[in-house]
Design a protein around this ligand. Sequence first.
Ligand SMILES: [Zn+2]
Length: 439
Amino acid sequence: MKIIIEDILTVTMNAKRDIGRFSLCIENGTIERVSKKHIETKRGDYIIEGKGKVAIPGLINGHIHCDVTLARGLGDGLSLYQQDHDSFVSKKGWFSDELDREARHISRILQYIEAVKGGTSFICDVPFWHYGDELVQPLKEVGLSGAVVLDYRKNFLTKERINKEEYLKTVMYLKDNGIMPVVEAPAEEDFSEDLLVQLSRWAQEFDTLLHLHLAETQWRIKIIREKFNTTSVRYLKDIGVLTNRIIGSHGVYIDDEEIAMIKDAGAGIVNCPTAEMKIADGIAPVAKFMQNDLKLGLGTDGALWNDSSDMFSEIKTLLLAQRVQNGASSFNAESALHAATLGGAEAFGLERELGSIERGKRASIVIIDCLKPHLIPFYHGTQSNILQLVTSCVHAQDVDTVIVDGKLVVEKGKLRTVDEQSLLHKAQELGEKKFFHLK
Ligand SMILES: [Zn+2]
């Protein structure tokens, strides 16, 4: 079946940054045509009327921990250090009794539903626990594409390691199912040369990326200073693991020289501004990342650090945080949307496949219903407000249609893949049961 989207105002995010009215043809999971002319339709084609709507590339949520979604709202008002070291959260062992296997499974499905309904087509899930082959089914069931970051530990609390054979089995299983495996490296408090070099070799051997929480907080920066008398990025460079396989989340405390090192290495950063403000990490030098042409993605982080996975809200937060920090002209709407689309694709090495609406790319497209009071008027002529609309006015709930790799996953705001209502009831019942009486 072909999907034809007729005469729709499209933000392509292609190299020329074309915005205009186009008709789009999708076939076999791919964008077959992006045409200024009318595209002939045949019986059996699925046709979407573009009137009153705007199309953008599927959003890429480059950093989120989906297995803790049922703990949404807990641990609020605490910094990451407090959460990790001396609080209700750390005393409860990151809710390890409450977030049992079933609760983590439901957490992941719930998060995927929230994400895709809000326009995310590619998600990078960073689970805290190891699941082996359980990782694939929820993503497939909901209809999202994405990457899964695999911890080198079975359990992040006990720090029990996984052996290489077992790890490789999961890597291959993900690859066989079209999900990108990513090797997890520790954050600064667990930095050691041996471990980082070993994991970097694994990433090379398995031909994938190496993810780590990078320069997120001042207490972690202090640890590196005290232990190694240097900074995070310099340390990675010194031990030879700062390569184009590195994808660092957050990147709040990175100086100009380190930005140049990241650029030289071809590494990527995924910034999560809402989480970084909520837990008072700080504001990352994202405007400088853009000026220096780093591979820059955007993520929401998990429910404990953001409370939602609305990528439109994240785009707006990025924009506002940079302007507060650096001035009103320091960061524009196009840059913010870039981080959520093509920039994210670049960070994952997928820029030839995802991140823009162009012929030959995987058909991951989001259609926004603009006939809403908060989105009127929208126009694109000698003056255009489309980028401002998309980055500052649209909410997740305005998403009308989501196409992931050519498959219609959300249609007229409704999820086509799983029984959302039954999952919501189950998640509510379980979440309430687990956390309502929690002391
Ligand atoms: Zn994280």
